[in-house]
Design a protein around this ligand. Structure first.
Ligand code: AMP
Ligand code: GLY
Length: 420
């Protein structure tokens, strides 16, 4: 079959890498793309958020299956446009993508299905929000309701920080995303994420992971999209996983179906776990980046079968063959990220792991220019390795990244410390 992936980052490179290994895949396209994806798929200059243009491309290239990577096309309803055109699509409808696009929506779903999560209040004006935090005190968590590219959350340890966050959000620092604000109880514990495929009715868990959001070693520095990840997450013990499924994930999927907005795609659930009890922090309606890189490396070619079963509503009979293995990814970012950084610097030595079946260098922000690979983004590479133990995976990833020649890049040296 011919397959189109929407999105052009590290997550999509990992998806393309796994899908391309499955014999069911004939031609693989990716829109947009990057220098790494170009090695496994044909790059297409197409705006992934323009549903009509995607439908047109699918007709022209006889595309049988579309996999949507990022949240923006999902929130824009591209999956609805594709399904209306009769194209088999992996990714939730616009209505179901509310689970990521609106924090208030997710809170309402949790309330409706009694899923454990932080207590919250919802505000549309600054004065009421300020009065509320002054009554509650700190620590407290302030969230812009809408999509804010992962930046709309302030964990305020003091009351002045909370007040400043509220004032900023209502003053428009996150644009329309901050016109509504959710204020949450601060939860303590250890965070982990859980990835579950849902065809609307049936679910299939496909792995757990933990990521490192801060830019620098020791979980210091500014928040980023993620500087590294590993799978599985030790804190997601079989007992915690079962509780998460029974108390949070399954009730959410059932509530979405009850509302006639069934959830089809991957549900990325972020939990705070304390004393063996998971509570929901957030949902995302897509794979995490770089969590997808470790999940895909563990799943390999069977990922395509699982995504197809999801889109076809056949997850009741789908299975994953688990190897008892671990994967770890280290993000190589441009010096300065997540602030200002240089673009166009040259990366050499990207073939260092070519013959190593346990290591993959996934590209996030790269391009080819004059026969060289250049950095075009903040997060540029995700060096990903598999092993029988987490330590083995980690050693392989760090041995590889050390051989890449990119003076303008930096990476954390302590990915996986919590689990080791
Ligand atoms: P979110 O975008 O909702 O995932 O929030 C980003 C990060 O903020 C999470 O990964 C947590 O580390 C933190 N966070 C969000 N909500 C809470 C909460 N209620 N209590 C403690 N930390 C939180
Ligand atoms: N790594 C976090 C995310 O993809 O949202």
């Amino acid at each position: 079959m011919n397959i189109l992936i929407l999105g052009g980052g590290g997550r999509e490179h990992a998806l393309a890498w796994a899908i391309n290994q499955n014999p069911k895949c004939d031609q693989l396209f990716c829109a947009p793309s990057n220098a790494g994806i170009a090695e496994v798929a044909q790059c297409v200059a197409l705006n992934p958020e323009d549903g009509d243009a995607v439908v047109e491309f699918c007709a022209a290239e006889s595309i049988d299956f579309v996999v949507i990577g990022p949240e923006a096309p999902l929130a824009a309803g591209v999956s609805d446009t594709l399904r209306a055109a009769g194209i088999l699509t992996f990714g939730p409808s616009k209505a179901a993508a509310q689970l990521e696009a609106s924090k208030t929506f997710t809170k309402e779903i949790c309330t409706a299905c009694n899923a454990p999560t932080a207590a919250y209040a919802h505000f549309t004006d600054a004065d009421a929000a300020l009065a509320y935090v002054r009554r509650q005190g700190a620590p407290i968590v302030i969230k812009a309701d809408g999509l804010a590219a992962g930046k709309g959350v302030v964990v305020a340890m003091t009351l002045p920080e909370a007040e400043a966050a509220i004032t900023d959000m209502f003053a428009g620092s996150f644009g329309a995303a901050g016109a509504e604000v959710v204020i949450e109880e601060f939860m303590e514990g250890e965070e982990a994420s859980f990835f579950i495929l849902s065809d609307g009715e049936n679910i299939l868990p496909i792995g757990t992971a933990q990521d490192h959001k801060r830019a620098y070693d020791g979980d210091q520095g500014p928040n980023t999209g993620g500087m590294g990840a590993y799978s599985p997450a030790p804190v997601m013990t079989p007992e915690v996983t079962q509780k998460a499924l029974d108390e949070i994930v399954k009730p959410t999927i059932a509530e979405m179906a009850r509302r006639s907005t069934p959830y089809q795609g991957v549900l990325y659930a972020g939990f705070m776990i304390k004393n063996g009890q998971p509570r929901l922090v957030e949902y995302n309606v897509r794979f995490g980046d770089p969590e997808c890189q470790v999940l895909m490396q563990r799943l390999g070619a069977q990922a395509l079968d699982a995504l197809l079963a999801t889109a076809r509503g056949e997850l009741d009979s789908a299975r994953i063959n688990w190897a008892d293995d671990h994967a770890l990814t280290v993000v190589y970012a441009a010096e300065g990220y997540p602030g200002d950084y240089k673009k166009g610097t040259v990366i050499k030595g990207l073939n260092v792991a070519e013959d190593d079946p346990f290591v993959e260098i996934f590209h996030a922000g790269t391009a080819q220019k004059d026969g060289q690979t250049i950095a075009t983004g903040g997060r540029v590479l995700a060096v990903t390795a598999r092993g029988g133990t987490l330590q083995q995976a980690r050693t392989r990833a760090y041995d590889t990244i050390a051989k890449i020649d990119w003076p303008e890049g930096f990476y954390r040296k302590d990915i996986g410390w919590r689990a080791l």
